[in-house]
Design a protein around this ligand. Structure first.
Ligand code: BGC
Length: 243
């Protein structure tokens, strides 16, 4: 059995668990530590090291991070502390945790998990995974191969970043009914479909647990389904990315 420690770095919590890479299941319940404030690279690295220690982990780790990440280097900071830009998160985490840490974009991680074990398992056509949370994250696949670091949450709709209008946070902030929010989300999906023509759209993020409230209100050309791995997708996908 190949196992990896997967860590999902979010705005409120940093969650980790050892993952069985053959089945995509967590080997123990996940451990959650509150995201430090401010969430600077050193502070977050301390939490990654604490999670490694908690699980007595001495092997490679995968970490999912909410920004564009190329070879460990963070390039953007839409919803994270500005000090991350130009930081090599892979190097900082590896140094502090004392083991190799591979860092990938959080939505890419969630997508990898859904393609390997979840709602997009076995799909060889074009799949778009969207995570609706504080921001909107995206992962694009064809032939089950990821095109990393797509940032489709930042498509402009009515002159604004789509994530400012159609994320889960936007629904709460603007106190939208499911119908009102679904209308915004649909406007975004229509735009996205016109550009990418996916065959399958997988909706992830915490809100995917309530998919019966809004999926029936959406009218897309592509098939649209909720994610299967729910709040474990980031952990499982981070583990896959580190293997
Ligand atoms: C970031 C993405 C991230 C998404 C979800 C966006 O604001 O730009 O990199 O995947 O939020 O966390």
């Amino acid at each position: 059995m190949t196992t990896r420690l997967g860590i999902d770095i979010g705005g409120t919590g940093i969650k980790g668990a050892p993952v069985d890479l053959e089945t995509g299941t967590l080997l123990t319940p996940r451990e959650r530590i509150l995201t430090p404030k401010p969430a600077t690279p050193d502070a977050v690295a301390g939490v990654v090291a604490a999670l490694a220690k908690h699980f007595d982990w001495t092997d490679s780790i995968g970490a999912a991070f909410p920004a564009v990440v190329k070879s460990g280097l963070v390039h953007t900071a839409a919803n994270v502390d500005a000090s991350w830009v130009e930081t090599n998160a892979g190097e900082v985490f590896s140094r502090v945790a004392g083991v190799p840490v591979t860092v990938v974009n959080d939505a890419d991680a969630a997508g990898l998990a859904e393609v390997k074990f979840g709602a997009a398992k076995g799909r060889m056509d074009t799949v778009v995974m969207l995570t609706l949370g504080t921001g909107i994250g995206s992962a694009v696949f064809h032939n089950a191969e990821l095109v990393p670091n797509t940032e489709l949450g930042h498509l402009k709709i009515r002159g604004k970043d789509a994530e400012r209008r159609a994320s889960e946070i936007a629904r709460e902030r603007d106190k939208l009914t499911w119908k009102q929010w679904a209308k915004r989300l649909n406007e975004y999906l229509v735009h996205l479909e016109a550009l990418l023509w996916p065959d399958l759209i997988v909706i992830g993020g915490g809100i995917s647990k309530k998919s019966e409230k809004f999926l029936p209100l959406l009218k897309t050309t592509a098939e649209i389904v909720p994610a299967k791995l729910l709040n474990e997708a980031g952990i499982v996908g981070a583990a896959i990315a580190s293997s």
